[in-house]
Design a protein around this ligand. Structure first.
Ligand SMILES: [Zn+2]
Length: 142
C-alpha cells in the first residue's frame, strides 16, 4: 500500500451497487482515489486491505456477540435447572420439617411458652433425622 505522492487525479476502482433500478449493473465509486494497492487506485473507504480488515473486525465482533449470547443462554438454562431441582425437592423438605415439628409439638402452647431454649421437646428419632437430612441434601443438590 502506498500513498499517492503527487496531486495526480485518480478515481477509485471500486464498482458500487446502489440497488436502484436505473443502476442495474452498479457504477464506479465517484470518490477520488488516494491509495494504490493491488496495482489499482482506491478511495480511503475501498482500499482492499482496509475492507478486509473491517470485514475481519466485524466478523470477530459477531463471534464475541454469539459467545456472549451462548453464555447468557447457558446461565439461564442452569438457573432453570436449579429452580426445577428446588421445586422437585421442596415437598420432601416440607414434609420432613412438618414431621419434626409435629413430633416436637405434642405439647400445649402453655407448655411450649414455659420451655427454656435448650430444653428437649418430643422424641425425635434417628429415622426422623435421617429423613430430614435426605430431604435437605436433595434440596441442596448434594
Ligand atoms: Zn471508493
Amino acid at each position: 500500500m502506498k500513498t499517492q505522492p503527487t496531486p495526480e487525479k485518480h478515481r477509485c476502482s471500486k464498482r458500487v451497487y446502489s440497488g436502484l433500478r436505473h443502476d442495474f449493473g452498479g457504477h464506479m465509486c465517484t470518490r477520488a482515489a488516494s491509495v494504490e494497492e493491488e496495482s489499482k487506485w482506491w478511495c480511503a473507504m475501498h482500499v482492499p486491505s482496509t475492507v478486509a480488515k473491517r470485514r475481519q473486525e466485524k466478523s470477530e465482533e459477531w463471534e464475541r456477540e454469539r459467545q456472549q449470547q451462548r453464555a447468557t443462554w447457558e446461565a439461564e438454562r442452569q438457573r432453570e435447572a436449579r429452580r426445577d431441582k428446588l421445586e422437585a425437592a421442596a415437598p420432601k423438605v416440607i414434609a420432613a420439617l412438618e414431621e419434626l415439628i409435629s413430633i416436637a409439638s405434642d405439647m400445649s402452647d402453655d407448655e411450649i411458652a414455659k420451655m427454656s431454649p435448650g430444653q428437649v421437646a418430643g422424641e425425635i428419632t434417628w429415622r426422623d433425622i435421617t429423613k430430614a437430612r435426605a430431604a435437605l441434601a436433595d434440596l441442596k443438590g448434594e
